[in-house]
Ligand binder design. Sequence first.
Ligand code: NAP
Length: 460
Amino acid sequence: MSIQTINPTTNKIIESFNEMTETQVHDAVEKASSAYESWKKTDYKVRAAVLHRVAGLLRDKKDVLAKMITLEMGKLLIQAEGEIKLSAEIFDYYANNAESFLADKILHPTHGQALIRHTPIGVLLGVEPWNFPFYQVARFAAPNIMIGNTILVKHASIVPQCGIAIEELFKEAGAPDGLYSNLLISGKRASALVADKRIKGVSLTGSEAAGASIALEAGKHLKKSVLELGGSDAFIVLDDADMDKTVEWAVVGRIDNNGQSCVASKRFIVMESVADIFLEKFKTKLSQLIVGDPMDASTQLGPMSSEAAAELIATQVQKSIDGGATILLGGKRVQREGAFMEPTIITNMQKDNPVYYEEFFGPVATFFRVKDEQAAIDLANDTPYGLGGSVFTQDIERGKRVADQIDTGMVFINHPTGTEADLPFGGIKRSGYGRELSALGIDEFVNKKLIRVSELSDPF
Ligand code: NAP
């Protein structure tokens, strides 16, 4: 049984779920398709009311839902509560702003009149990851429901309870049958589903392999896709940075969500003159983290999401050592039950190391010292990924100059890459394409229909 809740703090199976049969999936798509026929005709106020009710329910049920997240994927309970709060904000944000984002855009052609009208395109499929089980769904579902599209979500197989809970929230919020449906199916079946004629677009957040599989199907069947994939964000420390605060953010940037965030700070690139002091402070802080049960309020670093994830990162660390890197801190699995990995710092990572270009999806930081600003920029850009990145400096103009030269979708100055409802999120290169959140996030699966009015004249 591949769809299971396994508590990563103990690696014990909590509950198993049957995959949906082909008939059940077919029925869910059919329901989404017929819901679309009426949902596309509703006005924005009706759509917004559903989303506001979902937001309200998220807030009312925050404690239960946050515990569910922590149980299934191991994030610290306080961070799970933060995720529920942020998800509610995203539903409210689109409920409040979609009508103005989607208002007619009047054009001024040389002759006659023209406007762009934003209309829905149909049933959409979202393939979502486990690392932010509510937030990831919110940022896909909220804008698209406001457009008038209907939603099918195939959630990650290790967070089935979260997936089911989101569908129930919509039901409880009075959403019409088929507006939002959860599909309990494997990833492979999600890719195959893209071919279904009733599905008009697909969005995936997850790994490059899964993204490529979805994009292949979407391309084959000429459907729009959005991909939010992995990242290897640089955390650049310039020589004028406030070192104490910078180190505190470096720790947060690396271990938030137990190190499993696409926009986590993964590569720490520090200018030579401050490298020793940064490294000493960073190592001290990481070594002092309290590792343990994520339900416990005193814990600062919980488990990885699964035993497989912990094994994968431990293997990557071992490969880095075999390839000539040095372990300054940690490097091994924590000696206790559960999917735990030690906070780790890798130094002496050279370009020919077999894992130099890999994403470390866990509490493992790679550290690089560079001779100057240009070397920091060059190293930051020496990655197949292009998601986020940060620059720490007391000179904001200098920070902006550096940010301008980083080839990613997002750069934050004096903060690790983050997310808010009203800021766009997305990457370039192998981190994917398309944007979610903000006004840009409502632009992906909408028909920008030109309506042209001409004076009736003689064609010849
Ligand atoms: P993953 O294996 O790709 O899983 C993500 C989703 O894709 C799951 O629902 C998964 O289903 C599904 N999936 C897996 N194989 C598939 C396939 N061949 N076809 C269609 N769907 C498939 O990702 P992960 O390893 O759990 O997540 C970590 C990765 O996601 C990291 O690289 C991380 O950086 C990235 N991520 C990116 C963002 C962003 O916004 N850019 C946000 C979060 C995470 P199953 O669970 O059933 O396999």
